[in-house]
Design a protein around this ligand. Structure first.
Ligand SMILES: Nc1nc2c(c(=O)[nH]1)N=C([C@H](O)[C@H](O)COP(=O)(O)OP(=O)(O)OP(=O)(O)O)CN2
Ligand SMILES: [Zn+2]
Length: 151
């Protein structure tokens, strides 16, 4: 069985060497979808009975490990020295320095890497993170998959 839940957040970024508009500082209303697989829990009387994992628990983990860190932050590539220097001048600014250029692909890969270890199989139901889908706009997204082909 597969389950998916979705969270949204706002963040700023730029793609420093982009051929067009995306080299400018701008922001998105991002959405992140978390897909887990596992057996349906069969434990009479348990809160999770009939579920792969409680959606609220899936979201709480994603919020703590990724969404709350990226929300209302500016995501800056570590080698984007111009913007990093500027951001450093802003007192108490929420800046997240990324090891890769903050494209949808790299953000999906990074979120997958972070979340993979967060979803623990506490019911012995083979719980596994299968996919992180990161929407940069309503029309464009990237998938990081457990198979590793896009991570
Ligand atoms: N493969 C990728 N291509 C682009 C990315 C990316 O992360 N991966 N990012 C950008 C820019 O960040 C840009 O902000 C988004 O580009 P685009 O989809 O063209 O934005 P629009 O607002 O024009 O989207 P519409 O859906 O057409 O309104 C560029 N490319
Ligand atoms: Zn963008």
């Amino acid at each position: 069985m597969h389950i998916t839940t979705r969270l949204e957040f706002d963040a700023g970024h730029r793609i420093p060497c982009h051929k067009s508009q995306c080299r400018n500082l701008h922001g998105h209303r991002y959405a992140i979808e978390i897909t887990l697989s596992g057996d349906i829990i069969q434990q009479e009387g348990a809160s999770e009975n009939g579920m792969v994992m409680d959606f609220s628990d899936v979201k709480a983990i994603a919020r703590r490990a990724v969404v709350d860190i990226w929300d209302h932050a500016f995501l800056v590539y570590k080698d984007d020295h111009t913007v990093r220097s500027f951001l450093d001048t802003l007192p108490d600014h929420k800046t997240v320095v990324m090891n890769t250029v903050p494209t949808a692909e790299n953000m999906a890969a990074e979120a997958f890497r972070i979340l993979q270890v967060e979803y623990q199989d506490t019911y012995g139901n083979h719980l596994k993170l299968e996919r992180v889908r990161l929407y940069e706009t309503p029309n464009s997204w990237a998938d990081a998959l457990a198979s590793g082909c896009t991570v």
